[in-house]
Design a protein around this ligand. Structure first.
Ligand code: PLP
Length: 391
């Protein structure tokens, strides 16, 4: 039986593949450490859990809700975004979605015609590339390199836009590298998009984990003209520790919103309602907790950098938000084989670079945010085992 060539061209889900290698681990190096998926390594706030339980038990939340999300959450996120970026953002700019991944797919469905080109910096967030492949888009890699801090080169982005790319996708802080794009670079790339009549789609899932000195991360929202060519994506998964409840958001202008509503109505009907009710309370009320979590992540990042510093054959090439992106020692096998050995023999699960696009054979992504300081301290011994002679 025939299946969609587009779905067949789409990569297999990477995280289960990486975790499967650990099924062979016998426990010899200590408890397994899972640094594959970016999940906050602490529980949701107890008051948020209570609000979720209360909202889930309310029959009013069992019915369908507004296509573009609950007004209370749209208002709360508009206020939070306005505070964070120092900009004039209103609830009319906000659309709530059933998660950030679905937000990306629906945005791209609204933006693209069959076969349209999209510029995607590499290494890329694999689900972005998978969504674009599924939609029949032509993914145009925009290579980013360690020597440039994994930042896109504006001239190269311009070349892809001049060649017809309909959109440029940025993820900052970045998944997988952790790189934080400077405001001036974001401004230049936005301007390049505007002059070429292309959209800038900027995924800021990890914005709550930026250091105070890195905020606001850009000034795009300062000019009302952003609504004509910028689309911002947000996720509640990481900042509120509720990835299982599937809530994300799109910020966009009115003309794009009208078209996006067609995709929202068809694909999500409405986002999960109980979670929206609880999050509408959490956004203003848990700000101190969120800031505390940001500090926990910064402590983990610093501990990670200290822990791997003595590994002289490894290079920590980028670090930020939830992720470290490391270059393997020259003598180690390629990334996929190294990741398999680390999982099967050291109980250390992480993702090999090739899961994030072309040219990543010597890199590993470690989502250090998932684990506490004790597990971080245990990493060097397990990574070093990769350098030991193999039978
Ligand atoms: C850059 C980026 N965007 C979106 C998502 C998905 O977020 P959500 O759980 O809201 O779908 C992730 C999750 O890892 C991510 O890293």
């Amino acid at each position: 039986m025939k299946l969609s060539p587009r779905i067949q061209a789409t990569a297999t889900p990477p995280i289960p593949a990486a975790r499967a290698w650990a099924a062979r681990y016998q426990g010899q190096a200590g408890p397994a450490i899972d640094l594959t998926q970016a999940v906050p390594g602490y529980p949701p706030h107890a008051d948020l859990l209570a609000k979720l339980a209360e909202a889930a038990g309310n029959p009013a939340n069992a019915g369908y809700g507004p296509i573009d999300g609950e007004a209370a959450l749209r208002t709360a996120l508009a206020e939070d975004t306005a505070r964070f970026y120092g900009a004039d953002i209103t609830p009319a700019d906000v659309v709530i979605t059933a998660g950030g991944n679905l937000a990306f797919s629906m945005v791209m469905a609204a933006l693209l015609g069959q076969g349209d080109a999209v510029a995607l910096p590499t290494p890329w967030y694999f689900n972005h590339q998978m969504a674009l492949t599924m939609l029949g888009a032509s993914v145009q890699p925009l290579p980013c390199h360690a020597e440039d801090g994994f930042l896109p080169i504006v001239a190269e982005a311009r070349a892809l836009l001049a060649a017809g790319a309909r959109a440029l996708v940025l993820v900052t802080p970045n998944n997988p590298t952790g790189a934080v794009y400077p405001p001036a670079l974001i401004a230049e790339l936005a301007e390049a998009c505007r002059t070429h009549g292309a959209w800038l789609v900027i995924d800021e899932t990890y914005r709550d984990f930026l250091a105070p000195a890195q905020s606001p991360p850009h000034a795009l929202f300062q000019s009302p003209a952003w609504r004509d060519h910028v689309i911002h994506l947000y996720s509640f998964s990481k900042a509120y520790c509720v990835p299982g409840h599937r809530v994300g958001a799109v910020l966009c202008g009115p003309a794009f919103r009208t078209e996006l509503l067609k995709a929202l109505d068809t694909w999500q009907i409405c986002p999960p309602r109980a979670a929206q009710a609880a999050l509408a309370w959490a956004v203003p009320n848990l700000l101190p907790w969120r800031l505390g979590n940001r500090d926990i992540m910064a402590t983990r990042a610093a501990a990670f950098a200290t822990a791997v510093a003595p590994l002289t054959n490894w290079r920590l090439e980028a670090l930020g938000a939830y992720f470290a992106y490391m270059r393997l020692p020259a003598a180690a096998p390629d990334a996929v084989q190294s990741a398999e050995i680390l999982a099967a023999e050291q109980g250390l699960m992480l993702l090999p670079g090739p899961f994030f696009g072309p040219g990543q054979q010597r890199h590993l992504r470690l989502a250090f945010a998932n684990v506490g300081l004790e597990a971080i301290a245990a990493l060097p011994a397990r990574l070093l085992a990769l350098e030991a002679p193999r039978p």
